[in-house]
Ligand binder design. Structure first.
Ligand SMILES: Cc1ncc(C[n+]2csc(CCOP(=O)(O)OP(=O)(O)O)c2C)c(N)n1
Ligand SMILES: [Mg+2]
Length: 584
């Protein structure tokens, strides 16, 4: 009798793997197959919170040398897997137990879905042999995860585990990336089989290049459009960074003299002060441009669904997802493929055709926009330098930007204070801006910070939280300390869910507007101290900069997170909040 048959015969449900675990090299358990397949896919770290349904995966990870980062809440594990993928460019991986382990991770997976992050969620499930009998933590996970993933599948047999992981990885990188979910029942995971029966796609041999450029004729058309353009502008979105097309994106701006605008993870593609970097004049540029190219960001609420873009210009859209091009807004030319590959090919096609008269006009257009940028910055300066008390959140944003080092990864997690910070904070390098993206999820910060620290140990990590957002996931600051990836946390504390409160006050007045949005005054600096780190309360705007420096020093010296809790004026709101643009 083969060991596989013996195993199957011996167990009607999942017996304890560790008791039976054979060391026969020809035999492998489901959890070890998971680890083998993850290793083959280039996954070196999993984010998880333990549960009896998934422990054999940990045992496999120990054998394969895969790092296990265990957190205190599965939401953080999922955000961290997302953040790790954003930072490494590889497949992120979160492993949760059945039932509540999965439901707790939903927000993180959904965030990755709307942000188009390639990641794999592996979830436990009760044994197949107890299917529908009411086993512990049983839920229809595959149905639950289907609408927020690109691929949601149950693994029916141990033999197929590695094969289905390779399928999930392909799905995660298909077109615009996104999350995939695999449910593995406990008996499927714990079972041991002859390794010869397992389907294990060979590393490097089950995925093709994603660098497609679409229709070559459209590359030529776009090159023609751009060399003839006199007032072009390009907006780069999250996908440009996700697909690591940043060098080609920058080369195109420089090669043709086109002003660049950046949103989401593409912030930081060019350093502030670079002649092709623009961030305060998008509305003016889009109003006067003759050509606009939108790369890797949909016409969603952040773009007013494309409706604010003038009809009198040539609009080009490049996206990794065929379904996104032309959605919500008619376009003149659409290209589908890898942003970097397409932009590189366009520059190459354009190189021989550059016309000096058009280029000179583009340079003049850029000079004009540069002047407008400077004027817009000047206009903000009184707010940035405000000495008022309570502290103006614009001042906090300004001080944080002044404080950023060349290698600081900036994470924003909160409502209004973080929205305001986007007007001041300019990351110095690609990949150094992280935000939740279109799902707008509060609570991403802690998981992102842990992931950034693990993926980029030589970089500094700073997360700016609202007080509402901070309290959602802050307990995993302990995880950051435990795994020696301390970061600087700054809380803009207005003791409220202020971004929502604004709309309530505007709509229902002072009497009825403060309902369900006021929070207590919490000295969050003490939270860092409780975890063995440095904490400080700041009420004087002049004390922000020195407090940030003390935080940096303490994180360095103690290896523990620091929290600078800055008490800010609850009466100051971001312009978008006051115009309620997110709902328009
Ligand atoms: C998980 C989640 N719950 C609720 C919301 C709705 N929401 C958006 S902003 C906001 C207020 C956030 O408060 P805080 O983090 O303190 O930032 P503030 O607006 O006060 O600066 C809320 C509740 C959300 N985006 N995400
Ligand atoms: Mg708040």
């Amino acid at each position: 009798m083969s060991s596989e048959a013996k195993t199957a015969a011996a167990s009607s449900t999942a017996d304890d793997t560790l008791k039976r675990k054979t060391r026969d090299a020809n035999v492998i358990s489901g959890g070890h197959l998971v680890a083998r397949a993850l290793k083959n896919e280039g996954v070196d770290t999993i984010f998880t919170l333990c549960g009896g349904h998934i422990i054999d995966i940990y045992d496999g990870c120990v054998d394969e040398g895969i790092r296990i980062i265990d957190v205190r809440h599965e939401q953080v594990a999922a955000h961290a897997a997302d953040g790790y993928a954003r930072q490494t460019g590889r497949l992120g991986c979160v492993v949760t137990t059945a039932g509540p382990g999965c439901t707790n991770a939903v927000t993180g997976v959904a965030t990755a879905f709307r942000s188009e992050t390639p990641m794999l969620h592996i979830g436990g499930q009760g044994a197949l042999s107890q299917h529908k009998m009411g086993s512990l933590q049983d839920l229809p996970h595959v149905d639950l995860m289907a609408p927020i993933t690109k691929f949601s599948v149950g693994v029916p047999a141990t033999e197929r585990i590695a094969d289905l992981i390779s399928m999930a990885a392909r799905e995660a990188f298909n077109g615009a990336p996104g999350p995939a979910y695999l449910e593995i029942p406990r008996d499927v995971l714990d079972r041991e089989i002859d390794i010869s029966k397992a389907v294990i796609p060979a590393p490097g041999r089950y995925r093709a290049s994603t660098k497609s450029i679409g229709d070559p004729a459209d590359i030529e058309r776009l090159a023609d459009i751009l060399v003839n353009a006199e007032r072009p502008a390009i907006l780069y979105g999250q996908q440009v960074w996700t697909a690591r097309g940043h060098q080609e994106a920058v080369d195109l701006l420089r090669g043709l003299d086109i002003p660049g605008y950046f949103n989401g993870g593409s912030r930081g593609l060019l350093p502030p002060g670079d002649p092709h970097h623009f961030d305060r004049t998008r509305t003016q540029a889009f109003a006067k441009a003759d050509v606009i190219v939108i790369v890797g960001t949909p016409f969603d609420f952040r773009m007013g669904y494309g409706k604010r873009i003038s009809k009198e210009l040539t609009l080009v859209q490049i996206d990794m997802d065929y379904r996104t091009v032309g959605k919500n807004r008619d376009i003149d030319l659409g290209l589908v493929g890898d942003p970097g590959a397409i932009l590189g090919a366009v520059l190459q096609a354009a190189s021989g055709r550059i016309k000096n008269d058009a280029r000179q006009k583009r340079q003049a257009w850029m000079r004009g926009l540069t002047e407008l940028e400077a004027a817009a910055t000047e206009k903000l300066m009184p707010l940035f330098k405000s000495d008022s008390s309570p502290i103006n959140p614009y001042r906090v944003a300004y001080e944080i930007n002044e404080f950023l080092a060349d290698n600081t990864i900036y994470i924003g997690d909160g409502g209004d204070v973080v929205t305001i910070s986007a007007q001041a904070v300019r990351p110095r390098r690609p990949g150094q801006w992280m935000d939740p993206g279109a799902l707008g999820s509060l609570g991403v910060g802690t998981g992102f910070a842990i992931a950034a620290g693990l993926a980029q140990p030589e970089k500094e990590v700073l997360c700016y939280y609202g007080d509402g957002a901070f309290a959602m996931t802050a307990f995993d600051m302990e995880t950051a300390n435990r795994f020696k990836v301390p970061y600087i946390a700054v809380v803009g504390n207005n003791s409220a869910m202020n971004q929502i409160r604004y709309g309530q006050l505007a709509k229902y007045g002072n009497e009825r507007g403060n309902v369900g949005n006021l929070l207590g005054d919490v000295p969050f600096g003490k939270f860092a101290e409780m975890l063995g780190g440095y904490g400080e309360e700041v009420r004087d705007p002049r004390m922000i900069a020195p407090a940030l420096l003390r935080a940096r020093e303490s994180v360095h010296k103690s290896g523990r997170c620091a929290v600078i809790n800055i008490w800010v004026d609850a009466k100051v709101y971001a312009p978008g909040t006051m115009a309620q643009t997110m709902y328009k």
